[in-house]
Every structure is written in C-alpha cells, then in structure tokens.
Design a protein around this ligand. Sequence first.
Ligand SMILES: Cc1ncc(COP(=O)(O)O)c(C=O)c1O
Length: 413
Amino acid sequence: MSSAALKRAVPAEKQAPSFLPYGRQVIEDDDIAAVTEVLRGDYLTTGPAVAHFQKALATSVGAKHAVVCANGTAALHMAARALDLGHGTKIVVPAITFLATASAPHMNGAEIVFADVDPATGLMTPETFHQALARAGKADAVFNVHLNGQCGALEEIAAIARANGMKIVDDACHTLGAAYVGNNSGVSHIGANAHCDLSVFSFHPVKAIAMGEGGAVTTNDAAMAKRLVLARNHGMTRDADDFANCDAAFDEDGSANPWYYELVEPEFNWRANDIQCALGLSQLRKLDRFLARRRSIVAAYDALLAPYAPVLRPLARTRTCLPAWHLYVARIDFEAIGITRASLMRALASDGIGTQVHYFPVHRQPYYAKRFGAELPGADQYYAQALSLPLSAAMDDDDVERVVAALIHHLNL
Ligand SMILES: Cc1ncc(COP(=O)(O)O)c(C=O)c1O
C-alpha cells in the first residue's frame, strides 16, 4: 500500500479488528499433541524431553552443549555462577536491555557497570564498551545483549574483552536463529559461541519459540556444561567420580550407594521440565518458518514506514548480522511530531493495537541509579524514540498495513 493510500485508509477502530498484541506465540496442533503426550507419560519433571530438546537446540545453534533451564533469567544466573562472577567482581552490561541481564549476575554478588549504546540500534558498540571500561577501571566480564534480533560488532567487542582478561556472555534472548557476519571469521550462528564463552537464550512466549517459560545456556566446553548442570540443580552431583565423602558414598564392595548424592556448592533449582521441553522441541522444528514470517513482516513495515523518515524510522541495521527479528522497533521523534508516546500508545490500544517500549534504560531504574549510576546519552536517546510495534509469526501483511495506517493517522503524518 502506498503512503497516500495509507492516509486514506479507514481508521483502524472503525474496522473492529481483534486485538493485536506487540508479540505473541504461535501454538499449533502438533505443539499441543507433543505436550499432551508428556502429560500422559511418566515424567512431568526431568525426563527424556529435556535431553532431546537440549540436543536439538545445541545442533540448531551449532554449539557442543545446551543446558536448558527454567527461563532466560535463570540462564543468566547460571552463567554468572558457572563463571564465578560473584562478590568482588564487576560486569559490563549495556543499559538498553531487560532488567534480568543486570539483575541475574547482580543477584550473584557482581557489581554492574552500565555501558552506553548506539542510539540508532540500541546496541553496545566497541566505543561505548571502551568508555564503560574506562569508568570501571577494571571489569571481569561483559554480558553483551543482542537487542531486538540483531547483534553488533561481536569480534571487536570480544577482542577488547579478551585484551582485558574478561569473560564474555552473550545475552542472546532476542536472537535465536540469528548469525554474526564476521570481518575475517565468516558467518557464525548466535549461540555457537564463536566470539564469547557462553550464550543465553529465553523461550518466553514473545520470543521466536515458546516454552511457556524456558531458557538455556550454550557452551562448547564439557566441563562448563557440567558446571551449568550443577547450577541448575541444587549444586548436587550423582557422579561417583566427584564424591568427596567416600564413607557415605560407597558400599563395602566399592560401588556407589544408590541413594547417595553430594552437594558440591549450594545452588537453586532452575530446572525446566518435560512439559516445557516437549513444547520447546516441537516449536524448534518450526523456527525457520517462524523467522521467515517475521522477516517478511519486518520487510513490509520497513517499506511502509520509508516515506515518513526522519520523524518515523525503522531501527538502524548493523552490517554484522543476519538478524532473527524478535521485536519491530520504530524510532519516532515524538518531540518533533508534538505528541507523547503514552498518548500514542493509548490511541493505538483503543484501535486494538498493542505496543510496548523496550526498554526503559536499566541504569535509570532507581535501584541501579543509586548504586551504579552513569550518564549514558545514547541509551537515553534510544529510549526517547523507541516504540515496539506488533511483530509475531502469527501476523499477516494486512495486520502490518493496519498498524501503519493507525500509526500515521494518530501521528498526523
Ligand atoms: C534481553 C533479555 N534478557 C533476559 C531476559 C529474561 O528472560 P526470561 O523472561 O525468560 O527470564 C529477557 C526476557 O524478556 C530479555 O529480553
């Protein structure tokens, strides 16, 4: 549809369409059948579906190991535990992300150093990473975020981190199915850990695949995978090779006592169950189809928004990514247009269109501002203009036209 035709389009509220959320899952009959099969079976907690999903996920992202868990927040916490990022350590986190990227390692005792972002993409850059390090003096790790479905300059960021002796965790909660396009290193799947130590995923329903709640950490290191499994399950081992209390662990004939398990280090219960993993496995089979649909919706939005730049623009794209779009973020110059974001969101909601803001900068949260405050103008600028429009594999092109028609109507463009 041309921009002129969009202007003439009937305002969305007159068409009484169903509510279009900013993101949602696609659940089909085979997903329901997969979950039902588990419910009729023997295992509701950890059973065969956990191992099947882990194997399929590791294969899908090109990692040697995937450790599935309760959600993405748990995955971030497990990563912090496994890398010993506790009290006395400092972690660099970009300011534009969900709370959990900072809070999960902080709950393990780490201090957070917030990094600024590129206002056009919301991503931490090598420059803003350098600036954060200069403020920190020294840091032990970086939890880098691939925002909205695209990643930034991963090789450069890794080079800076390695030169400073830092661990690298990629928060890939938004980028299942994306790939990094390297300067010299070719294309690597996000999650394959070509330029980081660990990658973290979330399978919350608005993400590319849904598990209800679900998350995972991927690694190429068998010892690290074992450590992550401990972090997932109370820090307890049933591996006889690890037992320290031999009197309690072994029978007179030297075999391990069948009831015995041993605490290596106290941890939480961050397990995912078979119900979640059966759904995850079924959804993972459709990832390519879901991502293709999301790509085509993003292309439709881009084309329809093109005439309205610079006051209404798509998110800027990086050269370094084959994205897997999780959110469709429009950048809107509310100041120039003379309308508030809240009033636009309310008007769109009354037309049955859900929108959201990803994210209020985490360094501006009162808790973090008090402890780890910083002036980060790129993050403020990104936040001031960002509005997530509906994006899911459940949408069709008519939905996109409806959203853009309503948007330009309410923005008086
Ligand atoms: C960037 C990012 N990191 C971490 C998380 C936490 O994932 P979960 O909601 O599965 O705990 C999210 C979830 O929205 C996220 O968007």
